[in-house]
Ligand binder design. Structure first.
Ligand SMILES: [Ca+2]
Ligand SMILES: [Ca+2]
Ligand SMILES: [Ca+2]
Ligand SMILES: [Ca+2]
Length: 343
């Protein structure tokens, strides 16, 4: 009679189990007597097979390391043969599955990412997607993404599952124009493994700041009867928080006596073109605007004509509101001067 196998035809073994470990004991029974009941076991040679079977004891051992990521299933064809003449034999195909161990870390590819975002980007805008893969199975290979450094304010968010980085808050180039994020990918195995990548995000400037006259209004004292003309009498300056070219400001006189005063478009320097006569007129009001190609700021410049011979020096300094530091007489703002228009 042929030997009959009494062992199951499937088994599971952990990957990375040490070489020489016994996976299972293959056993066949033979109801014959004596010599005819001695059983010899053999394993059909298969390329890449990492197992050996003891011919007498039927112990199935690992002879080379198992790597589930390399191969997860083996079909082992085992033969049990008695020593009868002629011998009787029986074969059994054992399905051997290699169980996963969390022996691979997630790997970012690439490890460095970069993108640019305009500062007026909408919240939720997708910036880029990072990607890491993990060769392990199920939870051992499931990757979750987090931003671990470089963004304390949480201006950006990352989708834990997809690795998509999005704008999470209103950005502002003038507040921060560059981010260097550290992104981590970790698997979901019991003993967590992880990798990290860097994400550079550049914020692009847009023209979202209007020029602002910080010193407003300007009060300028000018001597009458000046001889050397044209002569600079004051410089108005508007500040624009944007970066070039969005902070380039052009100045022009919008209202006022343009035959008497001019402003340099780029420097903001105001020049007197013709001699003043205090007896004819003792005060001028100019409205100067600063433009950054999109938006406009307005400032009032009050020119007070000083009498020649009163010993007061020509003063071209900027005067901020009531902080006069360049004239000796008290100056009363006229009721008809409305500085609220200086925006
Ligand atoms: Ca893993
Ligand atoms: Ca594995
Ligand atoms: Ca601007
Ligand atoms: Ca800007």
């Amino acid at each position: 009679m042929a030997p009959e196998f009494v062992t199951p035809n499937e088994t599971v073994v952990e990957e990375n189990t040490p070489v020489n470990t016994v996976v299972m004991a293959v056993k066949a029974g033979d109801r014959d007597e004596g010599r005819n009941s001695y059983i010899e076991y053999s394993l059909a040679p298969v390329p890449g097979n990492r197992f050996a079977l003891g011919p007498v004891d039927g112990l199935l051992r690992i002879v080379a390391p198992l790597d589930r990521e390399d191969r997860a299933n083996y079909s082992l064809v085992v033969t049990a043969r008695d020593r009868g003449n002629p011998p009787n034999a029986h074969t059994l195909t054992i399905s051997l599955r290699v169980a996963d161990e969390n022996d691979n870390s997630p790997i970012f590819d690439p490890k460095q990412y970069s993108a640019s975002v305009p500062e007026n980007a909408s919240i939720g805008l997708s910036v880029l997607q990072v990607s890491a893969t993990d060769a392990d199975d199920s939870l051992n290979g499931r990757v979750r993404y987090t931003i671990v450094a470089g963004d304390k304010n949480r201006d950006f968010s990352i989708s834990e599952d997809t690795g998509i980085i999005r704008v999470a808050k209103n950005l502002n180039y003038e507040r921060r124009n560059h981010y260097l994020l550290t992104v981590q990918a970790e698997d979901s195995g019991a003993d967590v493994r992880y990798d990290s990548a860097t994400v550079t995000i550049s914020i692009m400037d847009i023209n979202d700041n209007a020029p602002v006259f910080l010193d407003s209004p300007y009060l300028v004292y000018v001597m009458e009867n000046m001889a050397a003309l044209p002569a600079p009498i004051a410089t108005v300056t508007a500040f624009d928080a944007d970066n070039p070219p969005y902070n380039r400001v052009n100045y022009l006189v919008k209202e006022g006596d343009k035959s008497m005063f001019s402003v340099n478009a780029t420097s903001g320097q105001i020049s007197l073109l013709r001699a003043l006569d205090r007896e004819e007129r003792d005060q001028y009001t100019l409205t100067v605007v600063a433009m950054d190609t999109v938006v406009v700021a307005v400032v009032m410049v009050v020119v007070v004509v000083s009498a020649a011979g009163e010993g007061q020096a020509r003063c071209a300094a900027r005067l901020v509101r009531h902080r006069h530091h360049c004239h000796h007489r008290p100056f009363a703002w006229g009721e008809n001067l409305d500085f609220k228009t200086a925006i």
